[in-house]
Design a protein around this ligand. Structure first.
Ligand SMILES: C[S@@+](CC[C@H](N)C(=O)[O-])C[C@H]1O[C@@H](n2cnc3c(N)ncnc32)[C@H](O)[C@@H]1O
Ligand SMILES: Nc1nc2[nH]cc(C(=O)O)c2c(=O)[nH]1
Ligand code: SF4
Ligand SMILES: [Mg+2]
Length: 210
């Protein structure tokens, strides 16, 4: 296929820059502890300095992959497919999720919400970032809000974001991994004082799994 054709198909969401795919246990948030197949799409310009997958940022380093191939492969592993990145909403998620839905799979997304919401989702994990705030539309449909706590100001940011989500949205505070020893006691205190919040840990890192 010539380069222009590939570019056009990526533009339409028929091909996506695929970084990696793996069958594992969802480590974070509401579905933690449950088996799921993860599809990590390359490309992100949000620029979190503590991001644990910086290799995902440059979409050019990840091969444009036919979504039909992604769907057929994912279906072999699990009923639940978690689309993450990078920032998956930089791309049109409609074709990929409709392909997954054709196979009756549950579609979950991990997103900063910094780009317009596309796709059909059974579960939306919104993890907002100060450097590039979510679009207004996603607050109404987020299933869970997962705020990463790197410093004390992140509690203020968490409350600002919680004020914007829908009433059914589940609220999580998750320590940034590199400062977890310092922040976990503060998160524990905060959740006891403000019990609408729930602690989320990156349990896959404790389990030594992807
Ligand atoms: C790598 S991001 C990819 C999806 C999307 N770009 C986002 O940020 O939601 C997946 C999840 O990991 C979280 N995350 C990334 N780096 C982290 C770190 N160092 N400590 C804790 N959580 C982190 C993000 O906030 C997000 O909830
Ligand atoms: N096990 C596991 N659970 C996760 N939940 C969200 C992840 C992500 O990077 O999006 C992730 C991940 O990378 N691994
Ligand atoms: S938005 Fe997600 S992928 Fe992008 S830098 Fe932040 S944590 Fe990493
Ligand atoms: Mg991760």
């Amino acid at each position: 296929m010539v380069l222009e054709q590939v570019k056009d198909l990526v533009e339409k969401g028929q091909m996506l820059p695929l970084m990696e795919e793996f069958y594992t246990i969802q480590g974070e948030g509401y579905h933690k502890g449950t088996a799921a197949y993860f599809v990590r799409i390359g490309g992100c310009d949000v620029g979190c300095h503590w991001c644990d997958v910086k290799e995902s940022w440059d979409a050019e380093t990840h091969p444009p992959t036919d979504i039909k191939k992604i769907v057929a492969n994912a279906a072999k592993y699990s009923n639940t497919i978690v689309i993450t990145g990078g920032e998956p909403l930089m791309w049109d998620m409609a074709p990929l999720t409709s392909g997954l839905k054709t196979k009756n799979l549950h579609t979950h997304i991990e997103t900063s919400g910094a780009y317009p919401l596309t796709g059909t989702w059974d579960w939306i994990c919104l993890s907002p970032k100060k450097n590039k705030l979510p679009t207004e539309e996603i607050y109404d449909v987020a299933s869970e809000l997962k705020v990463i706590v790197y410093n004390k100001h992140d509690f203020v940011f968490a409350e600002e974001q919680a004020a914007k989500v829908n009433e059914n949205c589940i609220l999580y505070l998750q320590p940034e991994w590199s400062v977890r020893e310092k922040m976990i006691p503060l998160i524990v205190d905060y959740v006891m004082q403000n019990p609408k919040w729930i602690v989320s840990l990156q349990t896959h890192k404790y389990l030594n799994i992807p």
